[in-house]
Design a protein around this ligand. Structure first.
Ligand code: RP5
Length: 171
């Protein structure tokens, strides 16, 4: 899968197309913020040169944040951090061989000092939060994005209040 968008400010990378069902939550959340991401399948292990080349050229292409998701011995986010100064958001994914995703969580979060990866929760929650964090990073230098994040939070609050109201009526 390759969605090359020349004007993308956010790249969404995943180690395999088998990661897409979870990563769709990230893509959908970015689209909510009107961010059209550049999306690729690439792997720190299976396509190491392609991954390194992507990281090295991302900033020049206008990418501001790289989101990298992988399962098992997940090194995609770390590989991005090794070759790029952009903020890297890592999403550990659960694979069928490791349903809890603890292997990927530790592989993503335990970066050596000097090369940070902002590691999200495992799976769909992490995928969604990665998109929100990317929007928040862009919002530091973009008033329109700041407003979109503000509206997102207001909508989220309203949804919780509505659920509480429904609960009160039910009990
Ligand atoms: C990782 O290995 C991928 O990110 C995926 O989560 C896992 C399994 O990959 P496939 O065998 O499904 O391609 O690199």
């Amino acid at each position: 899968m390759t969605t090359s968008n020349k004007n993308s400010t956010v790249a969404v990378l995943m180690g395999s197309d088998s990661d897409l069902p979870v990563m769709q939550a990230c893509i959908d959340q970015l689209k909510y913020f009107k961010i059209e991401p550049e999306v690729h399948v690439m792997s720190a292990h299976r396509t190491p040169d392609i991954a390194a080349d992507f990281a090295k050229s991302a900033e020049k292409k206008g990418i501001k944040v790289i989101i990298a998701a992988a399962g098992m011995a997940a090194h995609l986010a770390g590989a991005m951090a090794a070759h790029s100064q952009l903020p890297i958001i890592g999403i550990p994914l659960a694979a069928s061989s490791s349903p809890a995703g603890l292997d990927a969580l530790l592989s993503t979060v335990q970066m050596p000092p000097g090369l940070p990866v902002a590691t999200m929760a495992v799976g769909k929650a992490g995928a969604k939060n990665a998109a929100i964090l990317a929007a928040q990073i862009i919002a530091t230098a973009d008033e329109q994005m700041k407003n979109k994040v503000k509206i997102f939070r207001q909508e989220q609050t309203e949804k919780v209040l509505k659920k509480d109201k429904a609960l009160q009526e039910k009990l």
